[in-house]
Write a protein that binds this ligand. Structure first.
Ligand code: BEZ
Length: 222
């Protein structure tokens, strides 16, 4: 089978060594949502800025009930030592990194989850991990996957924004439009008939007229 994981698939219940000891992934998640984000390597500049931002945002992830875990292809010892740099960069020198980092020295998990970036290699010529973002739902299924190459750092504001959308759209029959932010109008999912939409959304449903005459742009306020 091809490596990688597709939306809706059960996320593997892998075992791994982390900076917080050995874990089984599903036990680590418990009943929570989860985010797993991978990094090319320890002691690299972009990764350091990303982990520091992630550390600063832990309260935001906690508020949303999302357990955080990072991964890179170095050892637990390297992760622990590098974490000190990360926390210093976050202006919190001396504090522990508030989430674990998985050690994937043999790249087994990186291969299994399709996370390697063939264009970025270490001195030995081995591919580094790309910057993957996996959001896993409380049912342990993959809800979101974003894959950035090693040379492009992620936008954690966007990651929180998509989590807000994922959690809202898991509960209500709505979808979030382009550049949506929490509090803004959302769209009624196309599969919901008008009669049910008006009953489901007490704030009303407004439809935008389109040249086609088709009434598919239906908005509501949640
Ligand atoms: C970085 O984190 O800075 C980085 C890692 C691998 C390739 C390019 C940049």
């Amino acid at each position: 089978t091809m490596p990688g994981i597709l939306l809706g698939e059960l996320f593997p219940n892998f075992e791994a060594d982390t900076t917080s000891g050995r874990i089984k992934f599903h036990d680590f998640l418990g009943d929570s949502w989860g985010i797993l984000f991978s990094h090319p390597a320890d002691y690299t500049p972009v990764c350091t800025t990303e982990l520091a931002r992630a550390a600063k945002l832990t309260d935001e992830f906690k508020k949303r009930g999302v357990k955080m875990i990072a991964l890179s292809i170095d050892s637990v010892e390297d992760h622990k030592n590098w974490s000190k740099d990360v926390m210093a960069y976050a202006n919190e020198a001396g504090s522990p990194l508030p989430f674990p980092i998985i050690a994937d020295e043999k790249r087994e998990l990186s291969v299994q989850l399709g996370m390697l970036d063939p264009d970025e290699r270490n001195k030995a010529g081995l591919p580094l991990t790309a910057r993957c973002v996996f959001v896993i739902g409380p049912d342990k299924k993959l809800k979101l996957s974003i894959l950035y190459p090693a040379t492009t750092g992620r936008n954690f504001d966007e990651i929180l924004r998509v989590i807000d959308s994922l959690q809202l759209t898991a509960q209500k029959k709505v979808a979030t439009p382009v550049d949506w932010k929490p509090g803004e109008k959302v769209m009624v999912v196309p599969s919901l008939p008008d009669s049910e939409a008006t009953a489901l959304f007490p704030n009303g449903v407004t439809t935008k007229e389109m040249p086609s005459g088709k009434k598919y742009l239906r908005y509501t306020q949640i």
